[in-house]
Design a protein around this ligand. Structure first.
Ligand SMILES: [Fe+2]
Length: 373
Protein backbone atom coordinates (compact mmCIF):
# COMPACT_ATOMS: atom_id res chain seq x y z
CA UNK A 1 0.00 0.00 0.00
CA UNK A 2 1.29 3.43 -0.88
CA UNK A 3 1.24 5.51 2.25
CA UNK A 4 2.20 9.10 2.73
CA UNK A 5 4.55 8.77 5.68
CA UNK A 6 6.19 12.16 5.37
CA UNK A 7 5.87 14.39 8.37
CA UNK A 8 3.95 17.49 7.56
CA UNK A 9 2.47 20.21 9.70
CA UNK A 10 -0.25 22.09 7.89
CA UNK A 11 -1.02 25.66 8.91
CA UNK A 12 -4.41 27.16 8.34
CA UNK A 13 -5.76 30.51 9.42
CA UNK A 14 -9.12 30.00 11.02
CA UNK A 15 -10.99 29.88 14.28
CA UNK A 16 -13.44 27.47 15.87
CA UNK A 17 -17.08 28.29 16.55
CA UNK A 18 -19.72 26.04 18.12
CA UNK A 19 -22.43 25.05 15.66
CA UNK A 20 -25.04 27.21 17.46
CA UNK A 21 -23.06 30.32 16.42
CA UNK A 22 -22.52 29.26 12.81
CA UNK A 23 -24.58 31.41 10.47
CA UNK A 24 -25.39 31.44 6.78
CA UNK A 25 -22.73 33.31 4.82
CA UNK A 26 -19.78 32.32 7.04
CA UNK A 27 -16.88 30.61 5.27
CA UNK A 28 -15.88 27.04 6.20
CA UNK A 29 -12.19 26.78 7.17
CA UNK A 30 -11.35 23.13 6.69
CA UNK A 31 -12.34 20.13 4.60
CA UNK A 32 -14.81 17.78 6.31
CA UNK A 33 -14.92 14.14 5.23
CA UNK A 34 -17.29 11.20 5.49
CA UNK A 35 -16.22 7.74 6.54
CA UNK A 36 -15.11 6.64 3.08
CA UNK A 37 -12.97 9.69 2.70
CA UNK A 38 -15.60 11.49 0.58
CA UNK A 39 -15.58 15.25 0.89
CA UNK A 40 -18.66 16.46 2.82
CA UNK A 41 -17.83 20.16 2.94
CA UNK A 42 -14.91 21.83 1.24
CA UNK A 43 -12.73 24.45 2.87
CA UNK A 44 -13.71 27.86 1.47
CA UNK A 45 -17.39 26.93 1.02
CA UNK A 46 -19.88 29.62 2.00
CA UNK A 47 -22.16 28.09 4.64
CA UNK A 48 -25.83 27.66 3.76
CA UNK A 49 -28.66 26.87 6.16
CA UNK A 50 -29.03 23.30 4.83
CA UNK A 51 -25.33 22.61 5.61
CA UNK A 52 -25.85 23.65 9.24
CA UNK A 53 -28.83 21.28 9.51
CA UNK A 54 -26.82 18.44 7.94
CA UNK A 55 -23.86 18.97 10.27
CA UNK A 56 -26.21 19.02 13.25
CA UNK A 57 -27.66 15.71 12.11
CA UNK A 58 -24.19 14.21 11.75
CA UNK A 59 -23.33 15.14 15.33
CA UNK A 60 -20.83 17.94 14.66
CA UNK A 61 -20.38 20.33 17.56
CA UNK A 62 -18.71 23.17 15.71
CA UNK A 63 -16.77 24.29 12.67
CA UNK A 64 -13.54 26.08 11.88
CA UNK A 65 -14.37 29.24 9.98
CA UNK A 66 -12.34 31.84 8.13
CA UNK A 67 -13.07 35.48 8.91
CA UNK A 68 -11.36 38.81 9.62
CA UNK A 69 -10.70 37.80 13.24
CA UNK A 70 -8.95 34.58 12.25
CA UNK A 71 -6.33 36.16 9.96
CA UNK A 72 -3.36 35.34 12.18
CA UNK A 73 -4.67 32.24 13.98
CA UNK A 74 -2.59 29.32 12.69
CA UNK A 75 -4.13 25.94 13.45
CA UNK A 76 -1.44 23.25 13.14
CA UNK A 77 -2.41 19.70 12.26
CA UNK A 78 -0.11 17.11 13.77
CA UNK A 79 -1.30 14.36 11.43
CA UNK A 80 -1.73 15.43 7.82
CA UNK A 81 -5.02 15.16 6.02
CA UNK A 82 -4.06 12.36 3.59
CA UNK A 83 -2.87 10.14 6.41
CA UNK A 84 -6.07 10.75 8.41
CA UNK A 85 -8.29 9.95 5.42
CA UNK A 86 -6.30 6.82 4.72
CA UNK A 87 -6.49 5.73 8.38
CA UNK A 88 -10.29 6.00 8.52
CA UNK A 89 -10.72 4.18 5.21
CA UNK A 90 -8.36 1.34 6.11
CA UNK A 91 -9.77 0.87 9.60
CA UNK A 92 -13.31 0.75 8.17
CA UNK A 93 -12.22 -1.96 5.72
CA UNK A 94 -10.44 -3.92 8.45
CA UNK A 95 -13.47 -3.85 10.76
CA UNK A 96 -15.73 -4.92 7.88
CA UNK A 97 -13.46 -7.93 7.31
CA UNK A 98 -13.54 -8.80 11.02
CA UNK A 99 -17.34 -8.72 11.03
CA UNK A 100 -17.56 -10.86 7.90
CA UNK A 101 -17.11 -14.54 8.83
CA UNK A 102 -16.50 -15.44 5.20
CA UNK A 103 -13.62 -12.96 4.76
CA UNK A 104 -10.43 -14.36 3.29
CA UNK A 105 -7.76 -14.62 6.05
CA UNK A 106 -5.02 -13.47 3.67
CA UNK A 107 -6.96 -10.31 2.81
CA UNK A 108 -7.57 -9.73 6.53
CA UNK A 109 -3.86 -10.03 7.30
CA UNK A 110 -2.96 -7.68 4.46
CA UNK A 111 -5.41 -5.08 5.80
CA UNK A 112 -3.85 -5.45 9.21
CA UNK A 113 -0.43 -4.79 7.69
CA UNK A 114 -1.84 -1.59 6.20
CA UNK A 115 -3.09 -0.52 9.65
CA UNK A 116 0.30 -1.31 11.17
CA UNK A 117 1.96 0.90 8.56
CA UNK A 118 -0.46 3.72 9.31
CA UNK A 119 0.19 3.47 13.05
CA UNK A 120 3.93 3.54 12.37
CA UNK A 121 3.40 6.73 10.35
CA UNK A 122 1.48 8.22 13.29
CA UNK A 123 4.44 7.43 15.55
CA UNK A 124 6.89 8.95 13.06
CA UNK A 125 4.83 12.13 12.64
CA UNK A 126 4.17 12.64 16.33
CA UNK A 127 7.73 11.82 17.41
CA UNK A 128 9.02 14.48 15.05
CA UNK A 129 6.82 16.93 16.87
CA UNK A 130 7.26 15.66 20.41
CA UNK A 131 7.62 18.99 22.17
CA UNK A 132 4.33 20.20 20.80
CA UNK A 133 1.13 20.59 22.74
CA UNK A 134 -1.70 19.00 20.86
CA UNK A 135 -5.03 20.56 20.02
CA UNK A 136 -7.05 17.36 20.04
CA UNK A 137 -10.13 18.84 18.45
CA UNK A 138 -8.10 19.51 15.34
CA UNK A 139 -7.32 15.90 14.77
CA UNK A 140 -10.35 14.42 13.13
CA UNK A 141 -13.41 15.68 11.28
CA UNK A 142 -15.19 12.57 10.11
CA UNK A 143 -18.73 11.54 10.76
CA UNK A 144 -18.40 8.02 12.10
CA UNK A 145 -17.61 7.68 15.78
CA UNK A 146 -16.25 4.10 15.85
CA UNK A 147 -13.43 4.79 13.45
CA UNK A 148 -12.58 8.35 14.37
CA UNK A 149 -12.61 7.40 18.05
CA UNK A 150 -10.17 4.50 17.51
CA UNK A 151 -7.86 6.76 15.53
CA UNK A 152 -7.99 9.60 18.06
CA UNK A 153 -7.28 7.15 20.88
CA UNK A 154 -4.25 5.82 18.99
CA UNK A 155 -2.89 9.34 18.39
CA UNK A 156 -3.50 10.43 21.99
CA UNK A 157 -1.96 7.23 23.36
CA UNK A 158 1.18 7.75 21.28
CA UNK A 159 1.46 11.31 22.62
CA UNK A 160 1.11 9.99 26.20
CA UNK A 161 3.66 7.24 25.45
CA UNK A 162 6.13 9.88 24.24
CA UNK A 163 5.54 11.93 27.38
CA UNK A 164 6.76 8.98 29.49
CA UNK A 165 9.72 8.30 27.16
CA UNK A 166 8.69 5.01 25.52
CA UNK A 167 11.02 4.00 22.69
CA UNK A 168 9.87 3.75 19.07
CA UNK A 169 9.13 0.01 19.11
CA UNK A 170 6.96 0.32 22.20
CA UNK A 171 5.21 3.39 20.75
CA UNK A 172 4.36 1.38 17.63
CA UNK A 173 2.98 -1.48 19.75
CA UNK A 174 1.06 0.97 21.92
CA UNK A 175 -0.41 2.69 18.84
CA UNK A 176 -1.55 -0.63 17.36
CA UNK A 177 -3.05 -1.76 20.65
CA UNK A 178 -4.85 1.60 20.94
CA UNK A 179 -6.25 1.66 17.40
CA UNK A 180 -7.62 -1.88 17.95
CA UNK A 181 -8.59 -1.43 21.62
CA UNK A 182 -12.35 -1.51 20.96
CA UNK A 183 -12.33 -4.21 18.27
CA UNK A 184 -14.36 -6.35 20.71
CA UNK A 185 -17.29 -3.95 20.22
CA UNK A 186 -17.81 -5.60 16.83
CA UNK A 187 -19.10 -8.57 18.83
CA UNK A 188 -21.57 -6.54 20.92
CA UNK A 189 -25.14 -6.09 19.51
CA UNK A 190 -25.52 -2.71 17.75
CA UNK A 191 -28.74 -1.91 19.69
CA UNK A 192 -26.73 -1.96 22.91
CA UNK A 193 -23.77 -0.04 21.47
CA UNK A 194 -25.97 2.78 20.18
CA UNK A 195 -28.64 2.79 22.87
CA UNK A 196 -29.44 6.43 23.74
CA UNK A 197 -30.58 5.70 27.33
CA UNK A 198 -28.96 4.04 30.32
CA UNK A 199 -28.04 0.37 29.85
CA UNK A 200 -29.81 -2.29 31.93
CA UNK A 201 -27.63 -4.49 34.14
CA UNK A 202 -27.75 -7.28 31.57
CA UNK A 203 -26.91 -4.92 28.69
CA UNK A 204 -24.02 -3.45 30.66
CA UNK A 205 -22.67 -6.94 31.30
CA UNK A 206 -22.78 -7.68 27.57
CA UNK A 207 -21.13 -4.35 26.77
CA UNK A 208 -18.40 -4.83 29.33
CA UNK A 209 -17.41 -8.12 27.71
CA UNK A 210 -15.97 -6.18 24.76
CA UNK A 211 -12.48 -5.72 26.20
CA UNK A 212 -12.13 -9.47 26.83
CA UNK A 213 -13.72 -10.37 23.48
CA UNK A 214 -11.38 -8.01 21.64
CA UNK A 215 -8.37 -9.46 23.47
CA UNK A 216 -9.46 -13.01 22.63
CA UNK A 217 -10.11 -12.21 18.98
CA UNK A 218 -6.72 -10.54 18.55
CA UNK A 219 -4.89 -13.32 20.40
CA UNK A 220 -6.61 -16.10 18.44
CA UNK A 221 -6.09 -14.51 15.06
CA UNK A 222 -2.88 -12.51 15.03
CA UNK A 223 0.72 -13.09 15.90
CA UNK A 224 1.30 -9.84 17.81
CA UNK A 225 3.62 -8.96 20.65
CA UNK A 226 1.67 -9.90 23.84
CA UNK A 227 1.61 -6.30 25.13
CA UNK A 228 -0.70 -5.40 22.22
CA UNK A 229 -3.31 -7.90 23.48
CA UNK A 230 -2.98 -6.65 27.06
CA UNK A 231 -3.62 -3.01 26.11
CA UNK A 232 -7.00 -4.05 24.64
CA UNK A 233 -7.80 -6.34 27.58
CA UNK A 234 -7.04 -3.76 30.31
CA UNK A 235 -8.34 -0.52 28.81
CA UNK A 236 -11.38 -0.41 31.13
CA UNK A 237 -9.52 -1.30 34.32
CA UNK A 238 -9.21 1.60 36.79
CA UNK A 239 -6.16 2.48 38.85
CA UNK A 240 -8.11 2.10 42.12
CA UNK A 241 -9.41 -1.38 41.23
CA UNK A 242 -13.00 -0.42 40.32
CA UNK A 243 -12.80 -1.16 36.59
CA UNK A 244 -13.48 -4.28 34.50
CA UNK A 245 -13.13 -7.12 33.59
CA UNK A 246 -10.79 -8.16 36.44
CA UNK A 247 -10.88 -5.19 38.87
CA UNK A 248 -7.12 -4.96 38.64
CA UNK A 249 -5.44 -2.02 40.37
CA UNK A 250 -2.26 0.07 40.16
CA UNK A 251 0.63 -1.28 38.16
CA UNK A 252 -0.95 -4.72 37.82
CA UNK A 253 -2.89 -3.05 34.99
CA UNK A 254 -0.62 -3.22 31.95
CA UNK A 255 1.00 0.12 31.08
CA UNK A 256 -0.73 0.17 27.67
CA UNK A 257 -4.10 -0.35 29.39
CA UNK A 258 -3.39 2.56 31.78
CA UNK A 259 -2.45 4.83 28.85
CA UNK A 260 -5.33 3.82 26.57
CA UNK A 261 -7.79 4.31 29.47
CA UNK A 262 -6.95 8.04 29.62
CA UNK A 263 -6.98 8.51 25.85
CA UNK A 264 -10.28 6.61 25.56
CA UNK A 265 -12.12 8.61 28.23
CA UNK A 266 -10.80 11.99 27.03
CA UNK A 267 -11.82 11.37 23.43
CA UNK A 268 -15.22 9.92 24.43
CA UNK A 269 -15.99 12.97 26.60
CA UNK A 270 -15.08 15.43 23.83
CA UNK A 271 -17.25 13.61 21.25
CA UNK A 272 -21.01 13.79 20.80
CA UNK A 273 -22.60 10.43 21.62
CA UNK A 274 -26.17 9.17 21.12
CA UNK A 275 -26.84 9.83 24.84
CA UNK A 276 -25.10 13.21 25.37
CA UNK A 277 -23.44 16.25 23.77
CA UNK A 278 -19.67 16.61 23.68
CA UNK A 279 -17.94 18.36 26.59
CA UNK A 280 -15.61 21.26 25.77
CA UNK A 281 -11.94 20.09 25.85
CA UNK A 282 -11.29 22.13 29.02
CA UNK A 283 -14.01 20.26 30.95
CA UNK A 284 -12.84 16.85 29.75
CA UNK A 285 -9.32 17.92 30.71
CA UNK A 286 -10.50 18.74 34.23
CA UNK A 287 -12.27 15.39 34.48
CA UNK A 288 -9.03 13.56 33.64
CA UNK A 289 -7.06 15.66 36.16
CA UNK A 290 -9.59 15.20 38.94
CA UNK A 291 -9.49 11.41 38.51
CA UNK A 292 -5.70 11.13 38.59
CA UNK A 293 -4.75 8.49 41.15
CA UNK A 294 -8.31 7.07 41.32
CA UNK A 295 -9.39 6.07 37.81
CA UNK A 296 -6.14 6.95 36.12
CA UNK A 297 -2.41 6.52 36.76
CA UNK A 298 -1.27 9.91 38.14
CA UNK A 299 2.16 9.69 36.46
CA UNK A 300 0.58 9.34 33.02
CA UNK A 301 -1.91 12.14 33.76
CA UNK A 302 1.11 14.41 34.38
CA UNK A 303 2.23 13.72 30.77
CA UNK A 304 -1.31 14.37 29.56
CA UNK A 305 -1.41 17.78 31.24
CA UNK A 306 1.87 18.82 29.60
CA UNK A 307 0.96 17.82 26.07
CA UNK A 308 -2.77 18.24 25.55
CA UNK A 309 -4.22 21.72 25.23
CA UNK A 310 -7.30 22.35 27.39
CA UNK A 311 -8.06 25.41 25.24
CA UNK A 312 -7.17 24.47 21.64
CA UNK A 313 -5.92 27.04 19.11
CA UNK A 314 -8.78 28.87 17.45
CA UNK A 315 -11.11 28.49 20.47
CA UNK A 316 -12.58 31.41 22.40
CA UNK A 317 -11.68 31.94 26.05
CA UNK A 318 -12.78 34.32 28.79
CA UNK A 319 -10.04 35.83 30.96
CA UNK A 320 -10.19 36.92 34.62
CA UNK A 321 -9.87 40.62 33.65
CA UNK A 322 -13.27 40.37 31.87
CA UNK A 323 -11.78 40.24 28.38
CA UNK A 324 -12.56 37.60 25.74
CA UNK A 325 -10.20 36.35 23.08
CA UNK A 326 -9.23 33.62 20.64
CA UNK A 327 -6.38 31.23 21.53
CA UNK A 328 -3.53 31.84 19.05
CA UNK A 329 -0.83 29.53 20.35
CA UNK A 330 -0.39 26.95 23.11
CA UNK A 331 2.86 26.16 24.92
CA UNK A 332 3.85 22.62 25.98
CA UNK A 333 3.88 22.36 29.82
CA UNK A 334 1.84 25.63 30.08
CA UNK A 335 -1.56 24.62 28.73
CA UNK A 336 -3.37 27.17 30.91
CA UNK A 337 -1.15 30.10 29.78
CA UNK A 338 -1.63 30.39 25.98
CA UNK A 339 -1.15 33.39 23.71
CA UNK A 340 -4.59 34.98 23.20
CA UNK A 341 -5.90 37.53 20.70
CA UNK A 342 -8.25 39.76 22.70
CA UNK A 343 -11.36 40.80 20.76
CA UNK A 344 -13.81 41.98 23.48
CA UNK A 345 -13.77 43.91 26.76
CA UNK A 346 -16.89 42.80 28.59
CA UNK A 347 -19.45 42.67 25.77
CA UNK A 348 -17.82 45.48 23.77
CA UNK A 349 -15.78 44.58 20.67
CA UNK A 350 -12.28 46.17 20.69
CA UNK A 351 -9.51 46.50 18.12
CA UNK A 352 -7.83 43.08 18.49
CA UNK A 353 -4.53 42.93 20.41
CA UNK A 354 -2.39 40.08 21.68
CA UNK A 355 -1.83 38.97 25.27
CA UNK A 356 0.75 36.26 25.98
CA UNK A 357 -0.20 34.73 29.33
CA UNK A 358 3.04 32.77 29.57
CA UNK A 359 5.46 35.53 28.64
CA UNK A 360 3.86 38.95 29.38
CA UNK A 361 5.22 40.02 32.81
CA UNK A 362 2.28 42.37 33.46
CA UNK A 363 -0.28 39.56 32.86
CA UNK A 364 0.90 37.15 35.56
CA UNK A 365 -2.27 37.75 37.58
CA UNK A 366 -4.59 37.17 34.64
CA UNK A 367 -5.96 33.65 34.22
CA UNK A 368 -8.37 31.86 31.92
CA UNK A 369 -11.72 31.45 33.66
CA UNK A 370 -13.32 29.26 31.01
CA UNK A 371 -14.32 28.66 27.41
CA UNK A 372 -16.30 31.50 25.80
CA UNK A 373 -18.58 31.87 22.81
FE1 LIG B 1 -13.78 0.15 25.32
Amino acid sequence: MKQNTRYEVVFNTMRYLPLCLIQEGMVNGRNLYGRNGELLLRSGTVIQKKYIQKLNGLGYDGLYIIDGLSDDIDVKEIINENLRISAVKTLTELFNFVEDDTANPTALKSKLNDITEIVNSFVENITNHKNAIVNMLDLISFDDYTYTHSINVAILSIILGISIDLNETRLQRLGLSAILHDIGKLFVPKEILNKPGKLTKKEFQLMSMHSYKGYKYLKDNFDFHPTIFLGALHHHEKFDGTGYPYRLSGKSIHLFGRIIAIADVYDALTSTRPYRKALPPSEAFEYIMSNAGSHFDGDIVKGFVKHIAPYPVGHMVKLSDNTTGIVMENYAHYGLRPKVKIIRHGNEPVTPYIVDLKNDPDKTNVTIVGAAE
